[in-house]
Design a protein around this ligand. Structure first.
Ligand SMILES: *[C@@H]1O[C@H](CO)[C@@H](O)[C@H](O)[C@H]1NC(C)=O
Ligand SMILES: *[C@@H]1O[C@H](CO)[C@@H](O)[C@H](O)[C@H]1NC(C)=O
Ligand SMILES: *[C@@H]1O[C@H](CO)[C@@H](O)[C@H](O)[C@H]1NC(C)=O
Ligand SMILES: *[C@@H]1O[C@H](CO)[C@@H](O)[C@H](O)[C@H]1NC(C)=O
Ligand SMILES: *[C@@H]1O[C@H](CO)[C@@H](O)[C@H](O)[C@H]1NC(C)=O
Ligand SMILES: *[C@@H]1O[C@H](CO)[C@@H](O)[C@H](O)[C@H]1NC(C)=O
Ligand SMILES: *[C@@H]1O[C@H](CO)[C@@H](O)[C@H](O)[C@H]1NC(C)=O
Ligand SMILES: *[C@@H]1O[C@H](CO)[C@@H](O)[C@H](O)[C@H]1NC(C)=O
Ligand SMILES: CC(=O)N[C@H]1CO[C@H](CO)[C@@H](O)[C@@H]1O
Length: 826
């Protein structure tokens, strides 16, 4: 990249104006660029009116001190002497020239040599300067800046050989963003100065905040005028008042911040928190603005405080120098110190004031101290790089040629501790260094500041001690700056306008929850979960079934077991008295089939308890229905037979004989059972088998049931049993006038009625009860069916067999039949 066309002209102008102010010989020379003379109106450095810049002077002194200290040191660069040449940059144009001059190759004109960077050996191995001049950014082989913080300089594409010992503004922006987030200030205004520093800083901050939960209510530019009465200022302040923010970030340099705060004071703005960028937050010109005490709280970013030991050494060294100067008063040249002499005559015009300059310099302010520590670090970084490059670690330094590009590589890798702080550079050549967070303190007689926190890099972290901040608020608590107050727990934010921070609150509906990491939408719960209205979590839905441990299970199990025991007892009793007329009239061997069927039906009740499984679901319904069909079929044949004996056998004896001989009862029972079995198979096959989870019965429960509930097949099977019962009912009713001992009619009719009522109840409530209650009703229904039938059919007979043996004789039966026949014949 060739230098811009204007450069030769500027060079011609400046070459005669500014040049090395101090220099010292050495094997390796460092160039330092400092603005020792300031120019305001005309770019003529030599004017006697040239303002003396104590800031630049302090920095130059620091560089001399650092070089001397390294020279004196036996550990760093042993037996190697460093030299320096310090140029007064005076102006931007002179800065360009001074840079080129410092890098000029011995004996050659600087413009030519720019073509062969690889082989060129400049007079100085490195330049320590305020900033790489814009035109030469890419050309300087090695430049370390002590005060250029622009984030743009991190772009290694444009500034490949640029390093700095001041943190980049990108870091500062991160620190400010973290600070706003720390205090939960989500409604803030940003104003920046109208220059690269302010614009770039504000842009970066704006972009960073866009990804956070902080909203920028307003973003403005401080007018570039120094005139505090300008209406633009008042308009800006008026906007800040109108948008009702309590926190304003001022990313500005000190020059532009001063009139801004003058207007803030004029407009009587109080009760605002001002977050300051590093350039103005400790600047004297700002805190000296009259009336600024009342503008609210000022919290600022400042470069980490310099190590005090270095300052003490520097000060005593300077004092020693000063004494030496006053000792040899009137001597020519600059400083007159050890190894320092003025160079050629033309430079004198630039430094004419200098014999007395240190006397003009007032005590360094905090800003000077930080910058001088940056210069000090830069010199040490170069020394450490050189130390590495020359192989001094082995004890002897090889004093060969040093090309800046070699040195650059080494400096980028340095990692050393300097007065307790660690110094190293990141990939972009920025020093790894954090910031202090400071707060203004007006409680004393004059302005003071407290360090209230720190921002440390790698990883980026902010630590703030809130108790050290003196807030302007009445309750001395951190002020609030929000657009909308946070929603209550479980309430979703409904954005009101283009700002995310302005919202209304809506409770999350049931079945959804608010994830605290996504506050703008409620999220649906999983299928096995539920949530009430306005919830922040989902709860597991309980899986519902009738468990064995349920007290209701016990209530149902006890009668079931008793019933089973009763059946067993009856079976034993009947087996012992199998030949008695009562047992024979009850059906003889068929009694055992009936009792067995009832027992099976009773056992099927047990499958209603516990978590439904494939087996229990598959067995439960068919076992009960088929067993019950067997029982009802037996009852039906019994009733039919009794009716036959007394009524049919006399009227149609042939029919009765055929029924008996061909095994009519057995055939009927088998056929009826087969029919029911087919119905059951259809019922099981038609619906989904096995346990099913039902999700829409209740919000907080998952109902675990067999199958899909009532299928048509099941209903048909139940109806078939109802039909059978009705048949039994009709038959037993037909035999109601038969002899009492043969006649189960009264009890049986009663039990059948009870059974039918149970069936009706079960059929009607099938769809009303789900899960646990469905299992309970099923068990209850089965018990309600089985117990009356057992009681109505077998208990009276058992009672007679056991307690009324005198009624259980053949004679009594004969008599009964005879009396019946007589009655009928009458
Ligand atoms: C370097 O050593 C000389 C002589 O020993 C001493 O006067 C000077 O103050 C030292 N400089 C620094 C910076 O320590
Ligand atoms: C430094 O130089 C002196 C004399 O020139 C010599 O005696 C001494 O050994 C050297 N030290 C190192 C570490 O090179
Ligand atoms: C600010 O206060 C002063 C004195 O209290 C008053 O004279 C001045 O008009 C006020 N300025 C504004 C803009 O309110
Ligand atoms: C310094 O500048 C003045 C005029 O500004 C001039 O008269 C004088 O000769 C210059 N001195 C040197 C040493 O060039
Ligand atoms: C520098 O060295 C220190 C200790 O010697 C180490 O903790 C730190 O990680 C190093 N930094 C880098 C960037 O290598
Ligand atoms: C600013 O602070 C006041 C008083 O502390 C408070 O009432 C107001 O809501 C705050 N404004 C914002 C935007 O937070
Ligand atoms: C909330 O959202 C985050 C990120 O999207 C996710 O990691 C987390 O698991 C969610 N929390 C809940 C309870 O779902
Ligand atoms: C919810 O259920 C899941 C698995 O089903 C289990 O891991 C989790 O611990 C349960 N959560 C609670 C709060 O019980
Ligand atoms: C600038 C400075 O202090 N230079 C000195 C460096 O150290 C050597 C010897 O150690 C001296 O000769 C230089 O004057």
């Amino acid at each position: 990249m060739p230098p811009p066309r204007a450069a030769p002209l500027l060079l011609a102008l400046c070459a005669r104006l500014c040049a090395a102010a101090f220099y010292s010989r050495g094997e390796f020379r460092l160039a330092g660029l400092f603005q020792i003379h300031g120019l305001t109106a005309q770019p003529v450095c030599a004017r006697r009116a040239a303002a003396f810049k104590s800031h630049g002077y302090h920095l130059a002194q620091t560089m001399r001190f650092a070089v001397e200290e390294i020279n004196n040191s036996s550990a760093l660069l042993p037996n190697v002497t460093l030299g320096y040449e310090i140029h007064d940059t005076c102006t931007e144009a002179a800065n360009l020239h001074a840079t080129l001059r410092a890098l000029g190759q011995k004996g050659r004109r600087h413009i030519e040599l720019l073509s062969a960077l690889q082989h060129y050996e400049p007079r100085a191995v490195a330049v320590i300067g305020p900033a790489p001049p814009a035109a030469t950014g890419a050309l300087i082989p090695l430049c370390i800046s002590y005060e250029a913080s622009l984030e743009m300089l991190s772009l290694k594409r444009f500034y490949p050989s640029f390093l700095r010992t001041i943190p980049s503004d990108g870091q500062q922006v991160k620190a400010i963003a973290l600070l706003l987030q720390h205090f939960r200030w989500t409604w803030v205004a940003l104003v920046g100065s109208d220059n690269t520093y302010g614009r770039d800083g504000l842009n970066a901050l704006y972009e960073l905040l866009a990804t956070s939960d902080v909203c920028v209510a307003y973003r403005g530019v401080i007018p570039a005028t120094k005139d505090a009465s300008s209406p633009e200022f008042h308009k800006l302040i008026q906007i800040l008042v109108d948008i009702r923010v309590n926190v304003t970030v001022v990313f500005s340099n000190r020059r532009n911040a001063q009139p801004f705060f003058e207007v803030v004071v004029q407009e009587n703005i109080t009760g605002m928190v001002w977050v300051g960028s590093e350039d103005w937050s400790l600047a004297q010109t700002i805190w000296q603005v009259p009336g600024i005490q009342n503008i609210g709280s000022v919290i600022g970013i400042s470069v980490e405080q310099a190590e005090p030991t270095m300052l003490k050494h520097l000060q005593s060294w300077e004092n020693a120098k000063e004494r030496a100067v006053s000792g040899s008063a009137g001597s020519t040249g600059v400083g007159g110190g050890n190894g320092v002499s003025s160079s050629e005559g033309i430079q004198l015009n630039c430094t004419q004031h200098c014999p007395g300059c240190h006397l003009l310099a007032d005590t360094p302010d905090i800003y000077d101290i930080q910058a001088s520590y940056n210069v000090y670090s830069a010199v040490y970084a170069v020394a450490h790089g050189l130390h590495d490059l020359l192989g001094c670690a082995s004890g002897v330094c090889s004093k060969g040629r040093v090309y800046p590009w070699q040195l650059l590589q080494k400096i980028k890798q340095v990692n050393f501790s300097l007065h307790k702080s660690q110094i190293s550079f990141d990939a972009n050549g920025n020093i790894r260094k954090g910031y202090n967070i400071i707060a203004w303190n007006w409680t004393g007689r004059s302005w003071a500041f407290d360090v209230v926190g720190a921002f440390t890099v790698n990883p980026d972290q902010l630590h703030v001690d809130q108790s050290k901040i003196l807030w302007h608020t009445k309750d001395h608590q951190a002020p609030v700056s929000v657009c909308s107050w946070p929603c209550a727990a479980g309430e979703m934010r409904l954005q009101q306008n283009r700002h995310r921070c302005c919202f209304s609150c809506v409770a999350c509906p049931a079945g959804t929850f608010l994830n605290r990491t996504a506050l703008y939408a409620c999220q649906a719960c999983g299928r096995d979960e539920w949530a009430p209205v306005g919830s922040e979590t989902c709860f597991n839905r309980t899986v519902e079934f009738l468990s064995w441990a349920d007290p209701l299970s016990w209530v149902l199990l006890i009668p079931t077991v008793l019933l089973l025991l009763l059946m067993a007892g009856l079976a034993v009793l009947f087996a012992r008295n199998a030949s008695t007329p009562v047992v024979r009239s009850a059906g003889g061997k068929m009694c055992f089939l009936m009792l067995g069927a009832l027992a099976c039906a009773c056992i099927s009740i047990l499958f209603n308890f516990g978590e439904p499984t494939w087996l229990s679901c598959l067995v439960r319904f068919p076992l009960f229905t088929i067993s019950f069909t067997v029982f009802l079929s037996c009852v039906a044949t019994r009733c039919f037979q009794i009716v036959c004996i007394f009524k049919l056998s006399t009227r149609w004896p042939a029919l009765h004989e055929a029924w008996q001989r061909r095994g009519g009862p057995a055939l009927f029972i088998a056929a009826s059972t087969m029919a029911q079995a087919v119905l059951c198979v259809v019922a099981v096959a038609s619906g989904p088998a096995g346990p099913q989870r039902h999700y829409n019965v209740a919000a907080e429960r998952v109902v675990l049931e067999c199958g899909a509930g009532s299928t048509p097949g099941e209903t048909a099977a139940i109806l078939y049993n109802v039909l059978l019962s009705l048949g039994c009912f009709a038959l037993s009713y037909a035999g109601k006038d038969l002899p009492a001992d043969y006649n189960e009619a009264k009890c049986l009719t009663c039990s059948l009625l009870l059974h039918l009522a149970c069936c009706a109840a079960v059929l009607c409530t099938r769809s009303a009860f789900r899960g646990r209650s469905a299992a309970v009703t099923a068990a209850l229904g089965a018990l309600g069916t089985l117990a009356p039938l057992l009681g109505g059919y077998f208990l009276p007979k058992g009672f007679v067999v056991l307690l009324r043996p005198h009624l259980n004789t053949a004679e009594r039966f004969q008599r009964a039949i005879r009396s019946y026949t007589r009655r009928r014949d009458d």
